[in-house]
Design a protein around this ligand. Structure first.
Ligand SMILES: [Zn+2]
Length: 378
């Protein structure tokens, strides 16, 4: 709505009407934009992309000479192409192959949809479709870091428009990864979307992603040092080893153990890297066998006596299985503090869950094969 429309609303007899920002139809006349569409799960990022597709069908029926729609080299911004990650394709296995699926429905895009796995493949795709002016790249943060600069170069040199619906924050409320950081730097426009907090008694607009586990049917929040990336997690699971996600407001989002991670766990890893590994081994043994008596458990039970619903929830974090494996994954794959030799020694001495650990390390791009452990036994 433009300012000139406001007096009309004032004529309706309700001078104190509160006029909100509307959701505008997509502007297909402004070239060279890089539009980040950010928001938590359930905030309608893909639905937003589908609306652009529907808008494009309306504007394509109009005259071809509308100023701004056509770039200097002949691409038409009204031609929209949707790109998604090949890794994501199994999520949409129950839809037609050309479907852009969102909560509540899907659009069939015919030949205007493709799957890629890298920024190099995006360059090939764009070169193969010189007539397309608007590119929607789903979950652009999930690609290699080069993606941000490929998008920047194509939009500034050719005037192409990129729409990037993506998760920007991880379950730690930090920027998801380097690609997300670089996308934030090269973007020209941001559309922040929110979702209702999923807590049963809350309707607050929310943007936090909350990771939790179900153990014996009870909600147990992930600790701060939980593996950063866990592949999968699309549907609710009650395994205890596999995470669930929800969108929560700041009041209903808990992330225990951040202070412990930096006060205790990381220094233990640093000491182990210097050859003083006994204290780390002791803490990992406690995390595995008696988490309540680990330094983590003591810090949590002291800080949260369990007198409120929130404190009980936070204490549930100690019931999540494989705490020692998670702590080791943090020190090895994320902090790069302990060597593979030390990792294997600790896994062997503490009889840790190698199936769980090898999957989490692979998720975080530090794969370790524990299947032939005897070769490493010295
Ligand atoms: Zn809430």
């Amino acid at each position: 709505m433009s300012d000139s429309d406001v007096p009309f609303y004032r004529t309706l007899g309700l001078p104190e009407l509160r006029v909100h920002h509307p959701t505008n139809h997509f502007d297909f006349t402004r070239q060279g934009r890089r539009i980040l569409v950010v928001g938590p799960m359930g905030s309608g990022k893909t639905g937003f992309a589908a609306q652009i597709w529907r808008d494009s069908r309306v504007v394509r029926a109009k005259d071809t000479g509308i100023p701004g729609c056509r770039t200097a080299d002949g691409a038409d911004l009204r031609n929209v192409f949707f790109v998604r990650s090949r890794l994501d394709s199994r999520r949409f296995s129950e839809y037609p192959a050309d479907a852009l699926a969102y909560r509540g429905g899907y659009e069939q895009l015919g030949t205007s949809i493709a799957e890629i796995s890298s920024s190099f493949e995006l360059e090939e795709l764009v070169a193969a479709h010189p007539e397309v002016g608007t590119w929607i790249i789903d979950e652009a943060s999930f690609y290699d870091e080069r993606m941000a600069y490929v998008i920047q170069r194509l939009s500034s040199s050719r005037g192409l428009v990129f729409v990037l619906p993506t998760l920007i924050l991880n379950f730690r409320n930090a920027v998801f990864n380097t690609t997300a950081q670089l996308l934030l730097e090269v973007t020209t426009d941001v559309f922040p979307l929110t979702a209702y907090c999923e807590h049963r008694s809350c309707l607050t607009d929310s943007s936090h992603t909350y990771r939790y586990y179900l153990v014996d049917g009870e909600e147990c929040p992930a600790l701060y040092f939980d593996p950063l990336i866990i592949v999968g997690g699309d549907r609710q699971v009650s395994d205890g080893r596999e995470p669930n996600y929800a969108t929560r407001c700041s009041r209903h989002h808990v992330l225990p153990g951040k202070d412990y991670t930096y006060l205790v766990l990381k220094p233990l890893g640093e000491a182990a890297a210097q050859g003083e590994g006994d204290a780390l081994e002791e803490e990992l043994a406690d995390l595995k066998l008696r988490p309540d008596r680990s330094r983590l458990g003591i810090s949590i039970t002291e800080a949260y006596p369990g007198t409120t619903e929130r404190e009980v929830l936070i204490r549930n974090a100690l019931r999540v299985p494989c705490l020692a494996e998670r702590a080791l994954s943090f020190l090895f794959a994320e902090q790069n503090l302990i060597s593979e030799v030390l990792l294997r020694r600790l896994v062997r001495r503490l009889q840790l869950d190698t199936d769980f650990l090898s999957r989490r390390l692979a998720d975080n791009r530090r794969p370790v094969d524990f299947s032939q452990e005897e070769l490493w036994t010295s």
